[in-house]
Design a protein around this ligand. Structure first.
Ligand SMILES: [Fe+2]
Length: 310
């Protein structure tokens, strides 16, 4: 299989990081901050998807490119058959075509900056279908806050139509506890084999109901920043953070705060309330008051959050 990297991919196996050109624009970064997820359908090649399923079902031999310190081959064989088969991270083909997949890595690099830290753990959310839908939930140890301290990914290595129970996410629920009022339905991550859902780990989600017969694998792992955030994604000449679409009432303030944090300017958020920035309406006849106000309030991220963090 040809090298999947564009010529600007810089993979550092020693430091377990990569760098590449960012691909998301200002508007797409705001959209990620607002919606909390981004779906890339069918981006991993079929041969790799098949090899991933075979690996997870122990139909192919392991071929780790390195052995983690303190582990033995026996450890790796054991780990491979668990629900957290992180040994797949040691396979060159998985690194090259899944972790460093061009559309995925470009988006991750946009959100997390240079020299992105690669995953150290993989979970296989394997499901024998058909199954009823899971309950809506925020994953364990989530944090509600303006910081994007890592980005989580779901990778579906087999065709995952609606009938096979793809993950379902409730947009804009990554900013506060949403269990009291879960939606009737969300956005499904259905798609052909090789579909990758990039999302904020705090987002409300569930495995959706499946009606077909078959095994559904879903690999979950996270990428980590190693540098302070800055606005070094694809800049749009006409993008204006003063008039960007941060969402509606009781949402925009949080989304604007995330965007400001990602831009390296969290101090630029001082909320004055009411019709002040970051609220907006298409009928505004002039920019909203309060943008870059020197005094004001921050969003109450910790208010009513039973997440165990002060
Ligand atoms: Fe979950």
């Amino acid at each position: 299989m040809p090298c999947p990297y564009d010529c600007l991919m810089n993979y550092d196996g020693d430091h377990w990081t990569f760098d590449c050109e960012p691909t998301l624009t200002d508007s797409q970064v705001v959209e990620f901050c607002r919606e909390g997820h981004l779906l890339l359908r069918g981006v991993v090649p079929d041969e790799i998807n098949r090899r991933t399923c075979d690996y997870l079902e122990s139909k192919v031999k392991m071929n780790p490119s390195w052995i983690p310190e303190g582990m033995t081959n026996e450890d790796l064989e054991r780990i491979r058959t668990t629900h957290a088969p992180s040994t797949i991270l040691l396979e060159d083909w998985f690194v090259d075509h899944v972790l460093l997949n061009a559309p995925v890595s470009g988006a991750i690099r946009s959100l997390l900056g240079r020299d992105v830290g690669l995953p150290v753990l993989v979970s296989d959310h394997r499901c024998e279908c058909p199954q009823e839908a899971q309950r809506w939930h925020h994953d364990a140890d989530h944090v509600f806050g303006p910081e994007l301290n890592f980005v989580e990914v779901f990778y579906f290595p087999q065709d995952t139509p609606i009938e096979l129970g793809p993950s379902e996410m409730a947009p804009s629920t990554h900013i506060r506890n949403s269990l009291d009022n879960p939606p009737q339905s969300g956005v499904l991550s259905d798609g052909p084999a090789g579909t990758v859902a990039i999302h904020h780990q705090s987002i409300l989600h569930r495995r959706s109901r499946s009606t077909a017969e078959g095994t559904r694998h879903m690999l979950k792992y996270s990428y980590w920043p190693t540098v302070p955030p800055q606005r070094d994604w694809v800049l749009e000449p006409r993008f204006n953070p003063h008039s960007a679409d941060y969402g509606g009432h009781n949402l925009a303030r949080y989304v604007a705060h995330i965007y400001a944090w990602l831009s390296g300017k969290p101090e630029g958020v001082n909320l004055i309330g009411g019709q002040g920035w970051p609220s907006r309406n298409v009928n505004d006849i002039a920019p909203r008051y309060g943008f870059e106000a020197r005094e004001g309030y921050l969003p109450a991220w910790r208010s009513k959050s039973p997440d165990g963090y002060a």
